[in-house]
Design a binder for this molecule. Structure first.
Ligand code: PEP
Ligand code: MN
Length: 338
């Protein structure tokens, strides 16, 4: 339920509404606009007190929120959230580019990619240290050594970093070495991980589960927001469908769907959707054309010898081409490169 105050409502009336909400054993949450304040009524109990709140001074309206999520909804916060990660921003009318290798394999490999990302105009460096692999026999990542490498390279090159956290066991160490945490498709509904990651207060890149609906994805984000961390970016990375020409299907229609329902920024990861390099650039451009506020792609100096996801990783020179084309598409849809 949300209480919408009159334009320029007095502080006394706002305080009174908050007090009455607490008397009803709910928690209140203020969203202050330029002229109007909206007060959210939070709690797990069935809603009561709607009519009572409606009668209080300077209350314009009391709305029941029809969606099962609140904090992540557009009804709750009409304006776009902008997520800050060090010097980078994701959200609003800008397109942010995140790139880096699938896995951190060595200092040299990471440094070559990071320099190429920076030179081409990318904004954040990504890379996995603990890899969630489908097979237990595949490369599992360098672990803590990988974390140290990406942190060092990010600082040397001047790019904030994004690293996936795969488990609560490695949460603290991962959080100490990165500017943004990624929660991957396989963990989107690992609610313990979502809550604990939220409590680090780092910004979180939340990937859509490969079989999750848009609503389930926003509910997963709600777990993070409900811990008091509103720095969440949603990422469409492809879903499982019946087709066999691609690894996953990049669900471009999810971009405007998320943006209509939620104020959180939405980016696309065409690398994990496509699984093959030749589809990465067209899908990136499709994502930006459909309104994505960012693109995340994998880049490797020598994909043939990559320890994970070689077939989908772009070469540094292809990445430069991608950024140039993203800039043009962004402009065509009224946005700019962040
Ligand atoms: C990744 O970004 O490295 C990754 C494993 O992605 P996803 O969770 O989308 O498979
Ligand atoms: Mn990968």
């Amino acid at each position: 339920m949300i209480v919408i105050m009159n334009i320029n409502a007095s502080q006394a009336s706002i305080d009174r509404v908050q007090l009455e909400i607490e008397k009803l054993s709910y928690t209140s949450h203020l969203v202050e606009g330029k002229t109007r304040t909206v007060i959210g009524v939070l709690g797990t109990k069935p809603l009561r007190g709607k009519q009572h709140l409606q009668t209080l001074p300077e209350v314009s309206d009391v709305l029941e929120i029809s969606t099962p999520y609140k904090l992540a909804s557009r009804e709750w916060q009409p304006i776009d959230t902008i997520v800050g990660i060090g010097s980078a921003r994701i959200g609003g009318n800008h397109v942010t580019v995140i790139a880096g290798p699938c896995s951190i394999e060595s200092y040299e490999q990471t440094k070559i990619v990071a320099e190429a990302v920076k030179a081409a105009g990318g904004h954040l460096l990504r890379g996995g240290a603990f890899k969630p692999r489908t097979s237990p026999y595949s490369f599992q990542g360098l672990g803590v050594e990988g974390l140290k490498i990406i942190q060092q390279v990010g600082k040397e090159v001047g790019l904030p970093t994004v690293v996936e956290v795969t488990d609560t066991e490695v949460l603290t160490i991962t959080a100490e070495h990165t500017d943004m945490l990624q929660i991957g498709t396989r963990n989107m509904q690992n609610f313990t991980l979502l809550k604990e990651a939220a409590r680090t207060n780092l910004p979180i890149l939340l990937k859509r589960g490969m079989s999750a609906t848009v609503k389930e994805t926003i509910l997963a984000a709600e777990y993070i927001l409900n811990e008091g961390n509103n720095q969440v970016v949603l990422c469409e990375r492809g879903i499982r469908t019946f087709v066999d020409h691609t690894r996953n299907t990049l669900d471009v229609s999810a971009i405007p769907a998320f943006q209509r329902l939620s104020h959180l920024p939405v980016i696309v990861d065409p690398s994990h959707a496509a699984g093959k390099r030749h589809k990465v650039i067209p899908l990136s451009l499709a994502g930006v054309a459909a309104g994505a506020q960012g693109v995340m792609v994998e880049v490797h100096p020598n994909p043939e010898v990559a320890l994970s996801d070689g077939p989908q990783q772009l070469l540094p020179e292809d990445f430069k081409d991608l950024v140039d084309r993203i800039r043009m598409v962004a402009k065509a849809v009224g946005k700019d490169l962040a």
